[in-house]
Ligand binder design. Structure first.
Ligand SMILES: Cc1ncc(COP(=O)(O)O)c(C=O)c1O
Length: 265
């Protein structure tokens, strides 16, 4: 069933349905880390499939799957991944996408934790970083190098609320075969959808203005295009950040209450 054309208010009520759902209206919280299988063969198949949601909770969990389906639909993404914290999502995503010897372009204004990742941790692992004024799209173009693999955006940026021209940066990145990732925390998926402007991956902190407001729980890189999903499914996306057991339920509950459908913070 294709649900994306539904109004977001209707979509949050129905978009979490999946082929293997039980009939519970409110998703049960699956507490288990590991899951049983009906046979050795079934277990082998689970263990070798990408992010199976009944194998090991760090890779996935039926509660998370329901929320991830909702979030992917709201964001217009191929898929989404629920994690336990914002910095967990950002660091796991960046570590998934870059290797020693690569170059990253990012902004002069980022959330403090992201600035630390860019300024302290990435250089320690042999990844070089150039910070540019995000309001100047030409500065991104001037910073591109042959080894640039990722452009990391945050808009509106915390704390200065400075803005990035997503379409201009997405166009630049595509011409140079560079991945783009945007932290879209300060806006909601109703009033800002970077993937629609050509950005490859985006994430939002669920404890801010999007789903999960009021709780520090769950965040979600959402992917579209450029093989980003394959790289997460390949395993590295799950290296650090599976959501806590109740994370899925907390975010699902706030979606059901339509919190992301308003522009209030
Ligand atoms: C824009 C932005 N990105 C990332 C984070 C980090 O999120 P968390 O505290 O869940 O690690 C924050 C936290 O305030 C934020 O405002």
């Amino acid at each position: 069933m294709r649900l994306e054309p539904l109004h977001p208010d209707s979509f949050v009520g129905h978009g979490d349905r999946g082929p293997d759902d039980d009939s519970a209206v409110a998703p049960p919280i699956y507490q288990s880390a590991p899951f049983r299988a009906s046979s050795d063969e079934a277990f082998a198949a689970m263990s070798s499939s990408a992010r199976h949601d009944r194998y090991y909770t760090r890779d996935g969990n039926p509660t998370f799957s329901r929320v991830e389906r909702l979030i992917a639909g709201l964001e217009g993404a191929e898929a989404a991944l629920l994690t336990a914290s914002g910095m967990g999502a950002i660091s796991a995503t960046v570590l998934t996408l870059v290797s020693a010897g690569d170059h990253v372009i990012a902004q002069k204004t980022h959330y403090m934790g992201t600035s630390q990742l860019l300024g302290t941790f990435l250089p320690r692992f042999g990844v070089s970083v150039t910070l540019v004024d995000q309001t100047d799209s030409a500065a991104f173009a001037a910073a591109v190098r042959p080894d640039t693999r990722l452009i990391l955006l945050e808009s509106p940026a915390n704390p200065l609320l400075t803005l990035t021209d997503f379409a201009a940066i997405a166009d630049l990145a595509r011409r140079h075969h560079i991945l783009t990732l945007c932290d879209s925390t300060i806006a909601t998926p109703i009033n800002q959808r970077p993937l629609a402007s050509g950005i490859d991956l985006e994430l939002r902190i669920a404890g801010r203005r999007g789903p999960g407001s009021g709780h520090r729980a769950g965040t979600h890189p959402a992917f579209r295009g450029f093989g980003a999903r394959d790289r997460f499914d390949g395993g590295s996306g799950s290296c650090t950040c599976g959501g806590g057991r109740a994370t899925g339920m907390i975010v699902w509950r706030s979606l059901e209450r339509r919190e992301p459908c308003t522009s209030r913070s």
